[in-house]
Design a protein. Structure first.
Length: 29
């Protein structure tokens, strides 16, 4: 896997998961 592709995949995963994380744990940050 190319580094750029890996970084893009990680970014998309974070973009999808972080809102859910903050919704479940609003004061965790």
């Amino acid at each position: 896997m190319r580094p750029k592709l890996s970084a893009l995949a990680a970014h998309l995963t974070l973009a999808r998961c972080l809102p859910l994380y903050h919704a479940n744990y609003p004061d965790a940050h």
